[in-house]
Structure formats: C-alpha cells, structure tokens
Design a binder for this molecule. Structure first.
Ligand code: NCD
Length: 339
C-alpha cells in the first residue's frame, strides 16, 4: 500500500497558482501516481469509474483547446463523471444577451464542477467569486484564462518535473530554463508562481527582448527570493540547465503582427542543442508547438513533452478527486504495485 500523503484542506476552486502550497502539490502528485497505478487493471479502471459516478461536470471552453479539453474530458470519464460541454459561445444563451454571471450560475444548477477556459483574463476568478456568494456553490477550475493563468498546466508541469527528478532529489535545487514568448505565455507565468514551493530553484528566462517575462512575475520571484537570470542566448545557458521549458510565440495576441518580425531561429531547439544539453536534463513544452522544437528531437529520451501531455490527464484526474473529496475512496482501491 503506497504511503497516504497528509491531506491538504482548503482547496475549493483552482484559479491561480500563486496561492498553492507545497503540501498540496505533493498530495496531487501522489494522487496522480496512485490513479495511474489503479487504472492499469480492468478491475481498477472499473472501480475508478464508480468513484465519480454520481457527479456531473461542465466543460465551458470558449477559447480553442485540444489537449486541455481532451484531457479533462477523459479525466472526467475515467472517474465516471458525466460531462456537458459548451465550446462555441454562439450555441449558448449569451447570444441572447445573457450575462456571463447568469450563464455560470445556470451551469452550477446542473453540475458539481465547472471547468472553464476563456480568452479574457480573470474570467475564471470572477466565476469563482460569484460561486462564493451563492447558496449551492460548485468548484471552478481555470483551464486557461487569457494570457494570465493556466493553473492545471502548471500542476502537470510540476508532476512531470517531479517524476523526472525522482532519483535526483526532486525539483529542489534544479536549474530550470523557460524559453520563447514569456511575456504572453500563461503556462510559464503559472509555473513561475509554483517555484516558491521548492527550495533553491534557479530560473533562466530565454526570450526575445520584446517578449521577456513580465515585471509582475519578476517582482514576485524577487520577493520570494527565487533566483533568476534573463538571457537571449540559449547557447550560453543551455549547458547549465536541468530542464528547458520551450514555448511557442503566442501570435494570437499580436496587435500588429509584431511576433512575425522576430528572428525565432535563436529560440529553437534542434539537433545542435541536443548535443549541448546535459545527458540527464529534460526538454518540456506545453504544446501545441510551432517550429520551436524540431520533430527530430522527439525520439531523444530527454524529450519529455509527449509524456508531459499524458501526465496532464492523470494530474487532472487528481485535481478532480481532490475537489470532489474522493481521496479516501481512491486510497481504498488496490493499485498495481511497482509502477
Ligand atoms: C497552452 C495554452 O493553452 O496556454 N496549451 C495547452 O493548454 N497545453 C500553451 C499554448 O497554447 O501555447
């Protein structure tokens, strides 16, 4: 029987990683690993489906999504949670002029949890605030809000880092590079906040000067005494990294096509960079990718992004288990040992 982690109390919504604590991250990683071990057998998969069979979830995704939508959808189904979805706002009563608040309140009448992605920053936070004022509140999970936060991506990134460094003392003390459009990438922003939960992590930001990490994050890191440097030369910093988190240009936020003018060849990872990368370092990417990671990197054992993508489903199952209070029922199920 795996060790049962200390239960973290007090999580109702998942909106903003700045408020998360190490105990919660450790518990979610343990839950994800446990679920994955239980799901390996047919009997285990069947009992997982029982856990959430009286629950319903709303997937309200009005901004494009492939992985986050599919992984949440499959995470719900792994737990037997029934799902409803709105992906196209033109099919909801918002076209009749219904307010966002009334739409969210309506969803909450039918389901036990709302998972939402929006183009506007702060939308999930507003939905959570609204829930906190009504009689039958349901948890809100932010599945990406504008260019500010993507908390469940950051959680699956932590799970991936944690698993990759299992034999090397975990995430503490590691040098983590983040490269690409750091200004508008919500994944790196959310991940930076979680670094406060680990000791002696050193961050290296590699970005075109016009797309550098924003000041609010840098201020947060300074306040938390998390060391970081900024560079626009991958070659110079690459040999020091334990992990490189690559991101794409977020050109959907361009006002005047500004990201088209950048020479992105300096922020690309290919064969040459693989030769410089430490033998035990990893390469991550939240996906989808543009041309910033050459496909030939995929077959290198240090390329972690496809595993990272799959980890997303297990971490999202863990988040659902936590929010629906199903942890104890999960720990009663037998896992396949030696996972
Ligand atoms: C990310 C997102 O939506 O922010 N994708 C994802 O959820 N895996 C990253 C991106 O779109 O660049």
């Amino acid at each position: 029987m795996a060790d049962i982690p200390v239960k973290y109390e007090g999580l109702f919504h998942v909106i903003n990683t700045a408020v998360f604590e190490r105990r919660l991250l450790d518990e979610l990683c343990s839950l994800a690993t446990r679920v994955r071990a239980v799901a390996k057998t047919r009997a285990g998969a069947r009992s997982l489906q029982e856990l959430g069979s009286n629950k319903r979830a709303m997937l309200y995704f009005t901004q494009p999504s492939t992985r986050t939508f599919l992984s949440f959808n499959n995470a719900c189904h792994l737990l037997g949670i029934r799902t409803s979805e709105i992906r196209d706002p033109s099919t909801s009563s918002e076209v009749k002029g219904e307010s966002f608040e009334d739409a969210i309140r309506t969803f909450s009448s039918y389901v036990d949890i709302i998972i939402m992605r929006s183009r506007e920053s702060g939308r999930a936070a507003s939905a959570a605030q609204l829930m906190d004022t009504i009689k039958r509140p349901v948890p809100i999970i932010n599945a990406g809000s504008g260019s500010d936060q993507h908390p469940t991506q950051a959680l699956l990134d932590i799970y991936t880092l944690d698993r990759s460094f299992l034999e090397r003392g975990g995430i503490d003390g590691k040098v983590i590079g983040m490269m690409g459009d750091l200004k508008r990438g919500r994944t790196v922003r959310s991940l930076c906040y979680l670094m406060k939960c680990y000791t002696s992590v050193h961050l290296v930001f590699i970005a075109p000067p016009d797309f550098a990490m924003q000041d609010d994050i840098k201020k947060f890191l300074k306040k938390q005494r998390i060391s970081f440097i900024e560079s626009d030369e991958l070659e110079e910093v690459l040999p020091e990294l334990d992990a490189l988190y690559v991101t794409r240009m977020q050109s959907e936020w361009d006002q005047r096509g500004e990201s088209k003018d950048i020479d992105l060849s300096k922020y690309t990872f290919g064969k040459e960079q693989l030769d410089t990368l430490k033998p035990d370092a990893i390469v991550m990417h939240p996906l989808p990718r543009g041309s910033e990671i050459e496909p030939l990197v995929d077959s290198d054992p240090r390329a972690m992004y496809w595993r990272q993508e799959r980890n997303g489903m297990w971490m999202r199952v863990a988040v659902l288990i936590k929010l629906l209070g199903l942890e104890e029922s999960l720990y009663k199920l037998s896992p396949v040992v030696n996972d």
